[in-house]
Design a protein around this ligand. Structure first.
Ligand SMILES: *Cc1c(COP(=O)(O)O)cnc(C)c1O
Length: 460
């Protein structure tokens, strides 16, 4: 057989026409969302004030295994998909490993990350329903960028609450979002109750993702015909991101490969959930048994040190409660953390799969080791990776080095979720040797756990 190319590209016609709903093959469903107003399991209608109807339906759908991707979304996907499956020959050589390393590269679009896959779907369904404006939060900025791009395409006004430190550290991200026509408000802001009450308690706060979510949701429910959209965590987002795994699987089949190990970084769990989806289906149905690894920052260790309980998805405690691995919605990673993935919780689907042992392993890594891997990867693969993605690179390298010791030629697949061009402040710290690691103590984690919500009869 001829050599497998560096980049395996599918054709436009090979883009999957349906998303895969992993819940259909899960042995058990995750516990239902709980409506914070009633403290009872949330019904479909409970979600309508916040989410678009079609997206709320997808959120609750446990009966449709494959969901058609509307033509309008497929046409947009064709602007930047299929994304390439890459063989890391140069990195393999540099490591001297017998392992074969593949990565699915999602950074080949203006937003620079996989987030566009769900942004375009969410903007489309909003438009179709006649929603006249959208609002969201953004932390590192990738979601705000992706959504602003999608909203510009479908001509929907967008307000983005951007975590204040991030809007200060990443003026160029903000500029892209504004170029696509969205309104950027640094969070906490004085435009919402949630923002004002946080500012009262802590006027100098740099903000947090949870706080920005609260502001965006408040904006949605207080503005006529406006809806909130979220870029990770939710089942609907994992559904849209299944396109990553579906394409990866087709591309690997084409070259006669199947991964032994699949690795993804985990913030809210959407790229990981999307990448592993069709391979997890194989595992759940007994067709194959790949080893799945989730990678998170050691400074925000929701899977490795969090509790599997009901928690709010946001600091303002207005979202439905989800059963998930969480550090408590009040948790904020230490100030020196620069590597992204700073969300306190984890997707309910990913949490359930991990809890039940189908997602095999979760690993927490130090950011200096993450950036070391990023720099090595950039040198040999010529892509400057996002810090988030570099968590997966770190563990892919570690697994490849294990193969070097054992002499096994395993096939490794990891998700390269995006590029790091707007994370240069973090790269500067790494290059200057001013980056440090902080491992939270048990005492650091205590306040977050102590503030976990109580739900009568469910969680006392
Ligand atoms: C947002 C983001 C992540 C983390 O989000 P998930 O929902 O866990 O996938 C990872 N990589 C990049 C580049 C991102 O923008």
């Amino acid at each position: 057989m001829s050599k497998i190319p560096y980049r395996v590209y599918l054709s436009e016609d090979e883009i999957p026409r349906q998303w895969y709903n992993l819940r259909l093959d899960m042995k058990e469903q995750h516990d239902p969302y709980i409506n914070p107003a009633t403290m009872k399991p949330a019904k479909l209608e409970d979600l309508y004030p916040v989410f678009c109807e079609e997206l709320a339906k997808q959120e609750m759908d446990t009966t449709t295994r494959y969901i058609d991707i509307p033509d309008e979304i497929l046409e947009f996907y064709k602007l930047y998909r299929p994304s390439p499956l890459c063989r890391a020959y140069n990195l393999e050589k540099a490591l001297g490993t017998p392992a074969k390393i593949y990565y699915k590269f999602e950074g080949n679009n203006t937003s620079g990350s996989h987030k566009l896959n769900s942004a375009v779907a969410q903007a489309y369904y909003a438009k179709k329903q006649g929603i006249t404006s959208l609002t969201t939060e953004t932390g590192a900025g990738q979601w705000g960028t992706a959504l602003s791009e999608a909203c510009a395409y479908f001509d929907i006004p967008l307000t983005v609450y951007m975590v204040k430190v991030s809007s200060e550290q990443k003026p160029y991200r903000k500029a892209i979002i504004q170029t696509f026509g969205a309104n950027v408000i640094p969070s906490p802001s004085s435009t919402t109750h949630a923002g004002r009450s946080i500012l009262e308690k802590n006027p100098n706060t740099g903000g947090s993702l949870g706080c920005a979510i609260s502001e965006a949701i408040e904006h949605a429910v207080t503005h006529e015909n406006c809806r909130y959209v979220l870029g990770s965590v939710l089942d609907q987002v994992l559904l849209h991101q299944s396109i990553i795994g579906l394409e990866s699987k087709i591309a690997m089949e084409k070259i006669g490969e199947y991964p032994d190990i699949i690795i993804g970084c985990a913030g809210g769990g959407s790229n990981l959930g999307g990448l592993i989806a069709p391979f997890m289906q194989d595992k759940l149905t007994g067709k194959a048994n790949p080893h799945f690894i989730a990678v998170e920052p050691i400074s925000c260790p929701s899977l490795t040190r969090g509790k599997y309980v009901y928690d709010f998805c946001d600091t303002g405690k207005v979202t439905p409660l989800a059963k998930m691995y969480t550090l408590g919605c009040d948790f904020i990673p230490s100030a020196n953390h620069a590597g992204g993935l700073r969300y306190h919780g984890m997707s309910p689907i990913i949490s359930k799969l991990y809890h039940d042992g189908y997602l095999d392993e979760a690993v927490a890594v130090e950011q200096t080791k993450v950036f070391e891997a990023a720099a090595l990867f950039a040198k040999y693969e010529t892509i400057l990776p996002a810090p988030e993605s570099s968590h997966a690179i770190r563990v892919a390298i570690d697994e490849a080095l294990k193969c070097k010791e054992t002499g096994e030629s395993k096939t490794i697949l990891f998700g390269l979720t995006g590029t790091g061009y707007f994370d240069m402040q973090a790269y500067i710290q790494y290059n200057n040797n001013t980056m440090s690691d902080y491992i939270p103590t048990d005492k650091d984690l205590e306040p977050g756990f102590n503030a976990l919500p109580k739900i009568p009869g469910v969680q006392e």
